[in-house]
Design a protein around this ligand. Sequence first.
Ligand SMILES: Cc1ncc(COP(=O)(O)O)c(C=O)c1O
Length: 446
Amino acid sequence: MIELRGGPCQRARHDANTVMSPETPYPKSVFARNLTDEAGITELMDDLGEALTLGRGKIRMMGGGNPAHIPAMTAIWRERMRELLDEPSGEFDRVLADYDPPAGSPAFRAAMADFLNREYGWELTSENIAITNGGQTAFFFLLNRFAGAMADGSEKRILLPLVPEYIGYGDQGVSAHALFDSRRPLIERIGERGFKYHIDFENLALDESHGAIAVSRPTNPSSNVLTDDEIGRLRSLAAERGIPLIIDNAYGLPFPGVIFTEAAPVWDENLILTLSLSKLGLPGTRTGIVVARGEIIAEIRSMTAVVGLANNNLGQALVRPLIESGGIRRLAEQVVRPYYRHRAESALALAHRHLPVEVPWRVHESEGAFFLWFWFEDLPVTCRELYCRLKEAGLLVVPGKAFFYGLDTTGWAHAEQCIRVSFTQPEEVVEDGFRILGEVVREVYR
Ligand SMILES: Cc1ncc(COP(=O)(O)O)c(C=O)c1O
């Protein structure tokens, strides 16, 4: 194995005792330790916030998963906001001045259940729908509901059948126990520059230590979309063990619909689906939606009440008419998906234009979401060092290592050789970003 060259930025972060929050004189609870020690998602959101505020115009923000400001969608939200303000029934005052029930707005929950029934022939009622403050909070509740220190004294973990998986789950556990048990994927090389992950079903080995299986579809960071067959097999495995399969549809179906392959949404009482309004263009409204059996929904309701009393209700009020009319699906299919598909194709073309031919780079098949996932075989530095050098050159990406959690990656070079590059910023920013990526990568391999 080649010796990896490190730099100052990498050493600081790789020190196991490094904490991101300032030290206090007070001893830390396990909860505090888990949520405040070095966390990939905290760094990512700090980077994103900094680039979009202080660094706007100076730093090319191709790190976080901020949605693009799609003009046609922005116009719809403005129009809906005006309608809400002028609503004679006083809806706007209610939104601002009343707490919602903790499971969410009853009208929105009913609209959501009806919409999913009409679209997919499911048999949901509002008892199957709960709102949370974003999909992130939904996952915080669900992961800690099904794993960690269990009430009967046992310990359980969430099986992630394929990492790399969403960085934002990684540090959500509140108990002293490890929250995840993750598996490496099978890697299919495609042509000279492509690759794709598949679940290694031979290596899943589910047992009584697993409390649930979780996947994002499309997967953040790789954009991989688990096939219907893979989802079907995971469903069977989960059902055999009597544990739920949790599917995170933050980028997927029915909205925002940023999915470029054929994929059928599924639901039954053993599945838990999460959806979000964020990637439609409303991350500021913090609206997540959980679809699950009634007992789980009741638990989510309790958790929201305890942790935050109620949810932000603005997103529900803005979007409800589009759910009732079914127009949300048309927007997803005719506006949002084509927009991101075009952006993904442009980003791929830029990669081919700017990345050096002599470097053995590969990119994961672009199957959805907002990212391209690059794999630099034989990368002479760690992916964090590459990230640091890119940041110094004015480009923010996300180093891949933090997406490979819940397993020992020792000796697995691939986990050190990937970066995630988002393509949602304006075209000229993305073009400039790829130019920098090409220059820095050429330098690193020299
Ligand atoms: C896969 C995935 N799940 C969940 C979330 C959480 O998003 P939000 O809390 O804005 O709904 C994100 C955000 O980037 C994501 O990428």
